[in-house]
Design a protein around this ligand. Structure first.
Ligand code: PMT
Length: 218
């Protein structure tokens, strides 16, 4: 991967989890640390891209030469992503976006009364699908976090979400995927499947960006 392979290219990456508020002190979320998305942002900036990182809540420092937009919820991430569309040539959706949010957020802390309680959930908008169907459509890359039948589910998401490329991530193995320092993926395009073996997320990010840059330029 040459050092300037993405020189001047505008690249937008989502990273980390989203949080969907139940009340002022509770939320629904997941185990994404942001490490994979931040590694991609670092590698893209190193390759000369102009990088905007739309990040859910993480413990990570903003990489050098990267512009970060902080968001909390899926709706905020959606709004931030769509606002970048005039200015984005490659979009990479690495965030673990909550698929559902509570129908309403209680304004005060919910008190316990009954033995059981129910929280009604409603679907969040799909960010990568909206980006891929936008009139100023960038080259659109998604991730697929799966615990079984990884390749088939990833292929389904590639097609359904209208993506150019999807990165299939087996998250049933705790050594890779969510919150680990290493990852192992299958890069899936409509034409081919390219395996990238287990390695540190920083190194994997560089290999992944090489594949993405080649497909973007093809
Ligand atoms: O952050 P780390 O701890 O380093 O972990 C990295 C990771 C495992 C989170 C990452 O590699 C990964 O797989 N990210 C995608 C997680 C995910 O939500 O996958 P999904 O299969 O549920 O979603 C498929 C795609 O749709 C993803 O690109 C996702 O960003 C996108 N999506 C999902 C829901 C939604 N409402 N909007 C979206 O854009």
């Amino acid at each position: 991967f040459t050092s300037r392979a993405l020189d001047g290219v505008q690249l937008c990456i989502t990273a980390g989890p989203t949080r969907e508020a139940i009340d002022p002190v509770r939320y629904i979320s997941n185990h994404s640390s942001g490490k994979m998305g931040y590694a991609l942002a670092t590698a893209a900036a190193d390759a000369g891209a102009r990088v905007t990182l739309i990040s859910g809540p993480t413990q990570l420092a903003c990489p050098e030469r990267v512009t970060r937009i902080d968001v909390i919820s899926a709706q905020e991430m959606y709004d931030a992503a769509l606002a970048q569309m005039g200015d984005c040539q490659i979009f990479i959706g690495c965030a673990a976006v909550a698929d559902y949010r509570p129908v309403s957020t209680a304004s005060q802390k919910i008190k316990k009364h009954e033995e059981a309680m129910h929280i009604e959930l409603v679907r969040n908008p799909d960010i990568v699908s909206a980006v891929a169907s936008h009139s100023q459509r960038p080259f659109t890359v998604g991730f697929a976090a799966e615990t079984q039948d990884v390749l088939n589910y990833a292929k389904g998401k590639l097609e359904r979400k209208g993506l150019d490329l999807i990165v299939a991530n087996d998250v049933s193995n705790s050594d890779i995927g969510f919150n680990s320092d290493e990852n192992e993926v299958l890069v899936v395009t409509p034409e081919q499947v390219i395996p990238i073996p287990q390695m540190g997320k920083n190194q994997l990010a560089r290999q992944l960006l090489k594949v993405i840059a080649d497909a973007f330029k093809a």
